[in-house]
Design a protein around this ligand. Sequence first.
Ligand code: HEM
Length: 424
Amino acid sequence: MTSTDDRFAKDWEQLRRDPALSIYNEIITGPVSDWATDFSHMEEEWSQRAPEIWDDLRQRCPVAHTERFGGAWLPTRYEDVAEVAYDTDHFSSRAIIASNFRPPKDIAPVGEVPPISSDPPFHHDARKLLLPAFTRTAIGKQEDATRAFCNSLIDGFAGRDVVDAAAEYAQHIPMRVIADMLGFPPEDGPRFARFVENALEGINRSPEERIESGSQLFNYLFEQVRDHVENPRDDLTDFIINAELYGQKLEPIHVVGTMALLLIAGIDTTWSAIGASLWHLARTPEDRRRLAAEPELMSTAIEEFLRAYAPVTMARLVKDDLTWRGVEMKADDWVLLPFPAANRDPEQFERADEVVIDRKVNRHAAFGLGIHRCLGSHLARMELRVAIETWMQRIPEFTLEDPSAVAWSTGQIRGPRKLPLRIG
Ligand code: HEM
């Protein structure tokens, strides 16, 4: 064993913080009485008709509220979402998935999964050390393998008339790409799906259940780190193990926290974006045929799918009591940042509610705004483009098998989870 190994001698159970330190609120579920005063992104109605809910709120109550999750706010105008995203003095990223927990305050400015959970000034340094692994050039090296994988998934549909493009195609692509980049066994994909589901959608589960599932993820990551320390190779896990901050290797908790982030941040997000794009093309034959006939429109079409079907809503915690846009926010209230709602604000975009695949100017917020803007955007765009290009080349004609069978996720990452398409 080398000296580097000593950092990983303790395991997650010995390193993790005492969960009793966190604030825990009563779980409130059930149908929403009024979206302005009782909103919940965990309810079925949100998954089915979130864009209509945002449009309604933007007009009648631009900063909605709920008592659920121990108190949360929902701005829906572009300029309000942007203002919170840029204002790191009043809004903290110490947790970014709204739930009935608040992590202890002393977890800031690092947070559990740096850099997304980090506040300035630490955030800048934690983000900077990851940048070389996510440049356009670095990501370009994944493109051939991604295309080959997309083709192999489509080969697997041979002879079938109906395929679930969310479960059998879109989901697998980001799972395989990030597993390859991190150097994890490709067959572990289904385990990642469970980890991600717990982190993003399991927010109304009991604290015990959530802590147990979180421990499974961190224990898994420790196993992978130890395997990499014993058998070094040229991948993203080794890159993080060897990265330095302030002249020192990273704390083990930082190493596995960042690995957890990369695993969680890239899967449901990209899965949702690929699925929503295919959903749009399946139900809009004029766009599908135009894109097949004019493949040079692919890059504007991809940006437009990202704008119109942006999958990611992030959260912040209010640092201290504050009056903002006329509402009284309390310390530790959540503020959701629905980037998808900002992207459909008619004050910001012409024809905001239409999908215009050759839209010329498209400064959308799908990848966030401000210091936390998506670090994986080159990777996400590459996966989305390759997934759609490959599908369109191999399966140019496809339609929704049954529009009522399409199911969208609840929670902060929104995209199709069941998408039966007729391809034969
Ligand atoms: C279509 C797919 C994706 C979308 C829409 C998306 C969206 C976002 C958004 C909105 C944020 C801002 C978070 C905030 O303000 O708190 C973010 C941050 C981040 N994303 Fe993505 N993401 C995608 C794919 C990916 C991928 C593939 C990766 C890499 C594996 C990734 C890694 C990250 C990281 C590390 C951050 C945190 C950056 C920071 O805090 O400085 N994302 N993403």
